[in-house]
Design a protein around this ligand. Sequence first.
Ligand code: GLA
Length: 662
Amino acid sequence: MPAPTSLWFGGDYNPEQWPETVWAEDMRLMREAGVTLVTVGVFSWSLLEPEEGTYDFAWLDRVLDLLHRNGIGAALATPTASPPPWFTLAHPDAMPVTADGVRLTHGSRDTYDVCAPAYREACLRITRELARRYAHHPALVMWHVHNEYGTHTHSAHAARAFRDWLRDRHGTLEALNDAWTTAFWSQRYSAWEQVQPPRATQYLPNPAHLLDFRRFLADAMRAHYRAQRDVLRAANPAVPVTTNLAFGSWVPVNPWTWDGDLDLVAVDVYPDSTGAGAAHQHAFAADLARSWGGRRPWLLMEQATGHLGNRVRPKAPGEIIRHSLTHVARGSRGAMFFQWRASRGGAEQWHPAMLPHAGADSPVFSEVRELGALLGRLADVRDAEVVEDAAVVWDPECWWALQAPALPAPDLDYPAAVRQVHRALWRQGRTVAFASPHAPLPDLPLLVVPMLYVTSDATARALAAHVERGGVLVATYLSGTADEHARVRTGGYPGALRDLLGVRALQYHPLDAAEQVAVRAADGTDYGRARAWSEHLRVDDARVEASYVGGPLDGLPAITRADRGAGQAWYVSCDLDDAALGAVLARACAPRRPAPPPGVEVVRRTAGDESWVFVLNHAERAVSASELGLAEDGHDALRGTPAAGRRVAAGGCAAVRVPRRP
Ligand code: GLA
């Protein structure tokens, strides 16, 4: 990928929603704000191809030429996330079908059946036209395929493709029957044609069936992306190709398997909380994005200038900048938004934008302008490596498995469990590398394995080898329980990790909201109270770090540690609060540096003989350089001032450039 000379800054640009007289103002304001890249054409299919096989590229020609004349690059999208109404009516079979058998139709967006031949062909046709026309346009910086892959379908097309996928994965029907435990409730299949997507059924569906269907959809999405990528690459191999990955419980995409398919990982980040919660979710998503791409360049493709939800609230002054800079600190090649100009009409007319309905004379646009100026001063950081301190295993398949109904508790929340571990490390000032359980594990002193319900034998072996080599591993409750077909491993939980952890859980003891059990170490260390989850644990070959106090498990082990080879393997059998979980992680592996003051985020990047220390002060008080242990000879690249003696104001930021030290 050709390296950009500066960081990317901009957002989705939808000029087709506006008369051309507005475009000139867009260009002027984009230049004023320092915009360098905009995403164009994401939802333009019905304008680009108003009738089947009839194209109108004139307006897009004018937009791209205008951008180029103004020195702004384009991430040109293929518009395939939203087929036009004529397509729907001509090919009703290419519309997605819900689990309840309802065939959806146009009227919103993302209404497509990724398995339907007519849809796939239409996507390739419009992609070929765009490639032919724009692959060498001087404004083109990257291709942006589709938008937020994620639409499920249970159609007849999906059923056929699912069967092919299952044949590949399981080989024989016997193997499938065994993997899915179809002996239960008379579900045994005697012919492939009997296998369906998990459509609505009378009572509880089969968890292995659900999990394989998610895996299948993930592969179908990737195949759809790859087909377009191949067309675009063939037209001009020098232009990078990506898609904006979304993060949500409905998303049937496993980004670990896309590594190599994306020239740079691009992500959309929309936290579902405000304040410190939002700041942390940005950091969490940024660490995921960097890790998905194997630490190669990545880009924050979308975020909002306001808080979303059923109340669209403005961000506090400084938050737009801090949220953007947490991504740059963690390796993003820039900061992009949805969208440039707030729409007047349409489904997202109330979505915040860089240029709000009020226009340029507004607090949002002032902060956008300031952000553009700050990013302009950070061009030198773009190739610097992010310094990582700890690894956390993240597995979308485990999330999908834990979305099955009828688990031992209704509130098992995999992403919340992983986020909590990340948050505890974030508060300690440690930067996290996420790891796939199916790839080589990062060589970092601490590896945390939260709630890894689905654990294959190969993953268990890799975790054991990591510890043998001297790593510290902390696994939390439910890890190791099931195999890759979501079948419980018998003989005691945590199943696949029993030997490594040296413990055996005889029974799970989920707790309800009113039950909390104290957890305390023999030396008096207080680990707070277990909430939501506890286990009846027996120690086979480990030491007890802390025990339950009170309740039916009184006196039994709650947290254990086992020496294995040169390393240690810890097990946390209960759901602890943030402070207690942080204390366990610090005890298992002490952080290299003292924690920053509460609410202050510190991230380091290095390049050659230089380091950059990003300080994002989410707290309500100023912090001094000395409180952060910042070097005397540092220089704040954001303000162009020496860092010594400086304070980072409440809500403010710094990017301190210092000579690299060991
Ligand atoms: C997604 C889409 C955008 C927009 C935003 C709204 O990220 O890609 O087109 O709809 O959500 O938050």
